[in-house]
Design a protein around this ligand. Structure first.
Ligand code: HDD
Length: 694
């Protein structure tokens, strides 16, 4: 009978450290010695301290305890909203001075490059949620100016759901997963959200935007950004001008179609993060123009809305946009946690020459963000973290607190003082001054009457859209309300829509199979017919370009090498990135006998990853793929998502086997320039043939 060996007496076992020495050697390079956090050099990072090789682990193992303790505390509370985000470093460069309006050096020194860190986010989902739900996108820019940090914490939509910050916790509790069941994640399509909305008429302008394709962007590089609130610019004479800030993407606006966004959530939950990362790594740096709308108090008094109400925008036709600079994002963070997670934006971070307006939503925000950073980052010293620290000198008499990184010198931590020549003091010349606005009135918890019109701009937005975009808004409303179980909530929402556009309300009622058109609730102010604003469209503003876009080429063994090479050359010359998809990731053996490596395996690289696709297949290759569901879906999805499709004969065989009928967007692969033109947009006319639109 075999006796069990005592491992401690087995020299071969006792020697097995399993520390991957061989792998370490493969990595090469010169490695610093690994230490504990106290600098103690380690001899073994693979095994805990045991009383015997097969015996219990000792509590004495301070190295194990330090490592595990640190790990246990790796997570910090995620942001209550905007938890899922991606960010990049870059710079802002001023191209036109606003010296007549402000003393802020970042807005007056033409050519000056100010470092920035910009974080994009979804709002409702947790930090591990997907990139493509229907949601508003956060667009937060930290500008490290010479006069201190200026945070412009905006969204990709120029208005907001509510007028007063006191409603923010209600809005967020309504949209987040329902508290009793813990779902749905990252979705507004549920009862509590629509219940709140149906009882909050001021939200309906924002709802129109949130149901539009703005909420399902193709790329973070293709969204606009808005500071939303009116701010003040204050010049050297002390005069104030109101300003709204707009970021305009160089690549133009572009969105996905809803079915595509849904499928992307499964195929690539990191679609937007990966897209931003890959484009920056490839040197295709995302860029935005900064535009401002400038207006005086007198001009504002004549607007048919109150500019202090964050549910209102100022149409560009009323106050034109003046482009004053550009932002380029050219460096991915070195460490996601240290930078993207720990960055702390606060709308209260501003610079001399800027000031706030009286927007009550903004005033609530001025409190909320500093407060949340204290609980999220755990210390009033969060401003000392490298990503948050100003890049200009900063000094005051604030001291101590959790995680104090600075070692202030001297006796003086107070003012006024006379004991120390280099202690910090105020500067009446360059220091920040609040604009001395005159305020008068009766104190109270009130909503101004000028905030009472909840529907006119919602109507203006809807009527400004192209017919395709209106259909998408209608589909989104039907989708969302179909996920609402409570009938009276569905009906109440449709009632509000009647104020915006009765035809839209009729469409949604039909899409929900309501028996009757619900009554409209009383409106607090007459609904105005404002002039439509084409600047609010996406489709109308889409740039006809392949720059920043990705073309996928599906091929298989035997595909025509020349046809593939010609298409790659032509599409790359037009500015696109080309990705090869093949049934096997190692690649395919083309007609010239050479193997072309694939960027993605067919099953894991559906056509939703691309802006346009080409399918180049030999007869034999096509014969294999017609019975491969992933190949058939590749074609069907590209068609259903309104994309240009280039086909050679083999590609055509796969297309025909998919049961589709070709249209103008299905182009012979030999006609590269026609394909490129088609790939610069989407075939929205195709849509009515591929899905039922309400
Ligand atoms: Fe907010 C985060 C944008 C209203 C309270 N918000 C946050 C972020 C963005 C916005 C982009 C993420 C910043 C980042 O990347 O770290 N929020 C907006 C916009 C609003 C707005 C454009 C309306 C115009 N927010 C708003 C209100 C309140 C908050 C009215 C509360 C009164 N927001 C917060 C917060 C967050 C936040 C809870 C969560 C994480 C953080 O601040 O740093 O304080």
């Amino acid at each position: 009978m075999a006796t069990k060996k005592n491992a401690s007496s087995d020299p071969s076992r006792a020697d097995v450290r399993g520390n991957g020495d061989e792998l370490h050697q493969q990595a090469g390079g010169s490695h610093p010695v690994m230490t504990t956090n106290q600098g103690l050099p380690l001899s073994d990072n693979e095994n805990s301290l045991k009383i015997a090789p097969r015996g219990p682990v000792l509590l004495e193992d301070f190295i194990l305890r330090e490592k595990i303790t640190h790990f246990d505390h790796e997570r910090i509370p995620e942001r209550i909203v905007h938890a899922r985000g991606s960010a990049a470093h870059g710079f802002f460069e001023l191209t036109e001075s606003l010296a007549d309006y402000t003393t802020a050096s970042v807005l007056t020194e033409v050519g000056e490059q100010t470092p920035v860190f910009t974080r994009f986010s979804t709002v409702a989902g947790g930090s591990g949620s997907v990139d493509t739900p229907r949601d508003v996108r956060g667009f937060a820019v930290k500008l490290y100016t010479k006069q201190g940090n200026w945070d412009l914490v905006g969204n990709n939509i120029p208005v907001f759901f509510i007028q007063d910050a006191i409603k923010f916790p209600d809005l967020i509790h309504a949209v987040k997963m329902e508290p009793d069941r813990g779902f749905p994640q990252a979705a507004s399509a549920h009862d509590t959200f629509w219940d709140f909305i149906s009882l909050t008429p001021e939200a309906f302008h924002m709802i129109m935007w949130a149901m539009s394709d703005r909420a399902i962007p193709r790329s973070l590089r293709m969204i606009e950004g808005f500071g939303i609130h009116s701010f003040r610019l204050v010049n050297a004479k002390g005069d104030s001008t109101f300003v709204k800030f707009h970021w305009r993407p160089k690549l133009g606006l572009q969105s996905t179609v809803w079915d595509e966004a849904v499928k992307l959530a499964g195929a690539d939950p990191d679609f937007h993060r990966r897209d931003l990362f890959e484009s920056i790594q490839a040197g295709n740096f995302p860029e935005w123009e900064l535009g401002v709308q400038l207006f005086t108090e007198d001009e504002a008094a004549h607007f048919p809305f109150d500019h202090l109400d964050a549910t209102k925008l100022i149409p560009e036709e009323l106050v034109p946009l003046k482009i004053i600079g550009r932002m380029v994002l050219d460096r991915w963070p070195d460490n996601f946690f240290a930078e993207t997670e720990q960055v702390a934006f606060c709308p209260s971070h501003l610079v001399p020459g800027l000031d706030f307006s009286n927007d009550p939503l903004l005033h609530g925000r001025l409190f909320s963000y500093l407060d949340t950073q204290l609980s999220r980052l755990g210390s009033p010293n969060f401003h000392q973290l490298p990503i948050n620290a100003p890049k200009c000198p900063f000094a005051n008499h604030q001291r101590d607190g959790h995680m104090q990184h600075q070692v202030p010198k001297g006796r003086v931590a107070y003012g006024p003082s006379s004991l120390q020549a280099d202690s910090p003091r105020e500067d009446a010349q360059s220091g920040f001054r609040s604009y001395p606005a005159e305020e008068a009135g009766t104190r109270g918890r009130v909503r101004p009457e000028t905030f009472a019109d909840h529907y006119s701009q919602a109507r203006m937005f809807y009527l400004s859209q192209t017919e395709f975009e209106q259909a998408h808004i209608a589909s989104a409303l039907v989708f969302e309300l179909s996920k609402v179980d409570t009938q009276h909530v569905r009906e109440a929402v449709v009632g509000h829509l009647r104020h915006i556009d009765n035809d839209l309300a009729v469409r949604i009622a039909a899409g929900l199979a309501l028996d009757d058109l619900p009554p409209a609730p009383p409106a607090k102010a007459p609904v105005l017919d404002m002039p439509t604003s084409p600047a609010l469209q996406i489709i109308g503003k889409m740039k006809k370009t392949l720059e920043g876009r990705v073309v996928g080429i599906l091929l298989n063994d035997g595909s025509d090498a020349k046809a593939v090479a010609a298409l790659v050359k032509a599409t790359e010359a037009a500015g696109a990135t080309v990705k090869i998809v093949a049934p096997k990731v190692g690649g395919a053996l083309l007609s010239d006998g050479k193997k072309l490596a694939a960027d993605g395996q067919l099953a894991g690289t559906p056509s939703i990853n691309f802006d346009a696709v080409a399918i180049i297949l030999s007869e034999e290759g096509a014969g294999q793929l017609v019975s491969e569901a992933a190949a058939v879906d590749f074609v069907r999805d590209a068609f259903g998502h309104l994309k240009a499709i280039a086909l050679d004969e083999g590609g055509r065989a796969l297309f025909d086997a998919s049961g589709l009928e070709a249209d103008a967007g299905v182009i012979a692969a030999s006609k590269a320039s026609a394909f490129i033109e088609g790939a610069k947009g989407r075939y929205f006319e195709r849509e009515a043939g591929v899905r039922i639109l309400p």
